[in-house]
Design a protein around this ligand. Sequence first.
Ligand code: UDX
Length: 429
Amino acid sequence: MNISVVGTGYVGLVTGVSLAEIGHHVICIDINESKIEKMKQGISPIYEPGLDEMMSRNIEAGRLTFTSNHKEGFCHADVIYIAVGTPEKADGSANLEFVEQAARDIANHITKDIIVVTKSTVPAGTNDRILEIIEKNQIHNVKFDVVANPEFLREGSALKDSFNADRIVIGANSGYAASIIEKINEPFGVPIYHTDIRSAELIKYASNAFLATKISFINEIAAICERVGANVEDVSKGMGMDQRIGESFLNAGIGYGGSCFPKDTKALIQIAGNVAYDFELLKGVVNVNQKQRTLLIDKLNERFDTLADKRIAVLGLAFKPNTDDMREAASIIVTERLIEQGATVITYDPVAMESAKDRLHSDILYAASIQKALTDADAALILTEWDEIRNVNPIVFQSMKSPIVFDGRNCFSVETMKESGVEYWSVGR
Ligand code: UDX
């Protein structure tokens, strides 16, 4: 199949590269020319394990190309994937401006029958809007179908997820279009779930909102554990053994971040509001997460009278391990609060320090290693559970002024830290 992918952000690029890997001819389109030039040389604009290698392999094999020219990008396409961003608007709803622009570009350039596949996370009804825009703006009178095919991959394990997904959801109102998209995806060897367009659109939001709910739920249980003297890890393990609950996404900590959960939970509240439904449970999930992000600041303020003369080491900046993505990372608000309270802040992250520099306060210092960040610090905060951080010998904390560690990701066992002479504050234990 000849496939065009519009948008080379996280979802677009990974989709394009994996479709090329299973044998399709893929052309990725983006308006950002300098990004296109880099990608043509096999340089991925995002940090994602294995992506550079897979990109280069498929470019060399002639299955993967890049362009900033829509005409060139669309002229051979049998299928066009829309994978542009749907960022959050000020009111929490999804901004569909880029999706609508992609639909207009498609309308202006298609010269033969095509299927348009929406990978972007979009509210129910958006695919009908895409259909309407193409119909209204098309220059050549060709036939086209629209299919909703939401993406469920996680950053940091995106390629692994693409080839080992739990399901591929295909939402279509035409059996023909659904069968073509099924055929494209067959080589992934993943279960395929067929439904209508609106249900497919909602499956994505409902899944992300449910996972976010699990996280906020266990975070509230953690708060109760701290107060009654229970251990949240044991509680979540005991809960997760019930197959109806499942063990994943029950790790307590400083809440969820990233490009999806914060945006999609708020968008679903808006989607519900638009049809006069008050999604009370999800509002609670969002509020709990907001509180959770500054949990370590609350603990620091409980421990120290003032942070004004303190040197605080922050270990981990990315919203989660194995990515350099700083979107909605807890480190943004945590470091802001530390600076507000007059602390000197020195940070370390194995991968995200470059992308963090654009997002964090200019007074923040960056260290070349965990050891250097910790030297002479009054306290250390752990915000991301990178393996490099989880695997340090706790002896490293002895280089601090006093070994006091506030761990927002429960990286160490309470016993090990006690034996190592570290004053250890974690979440729900
Ligand atoms: C998520 C969804 O998992 C994915 O299906 C969707 O396509 C995009 O959004 P991603 O944002 O890459 O993927 O990260 P994920 O691994 O789901 O983690 C999201 C956030 O939740 C992170 O900040 C993580 O630290 C946090 N988290 C996750 C917890 O706090 N506890 C957990 O138990 C699991």
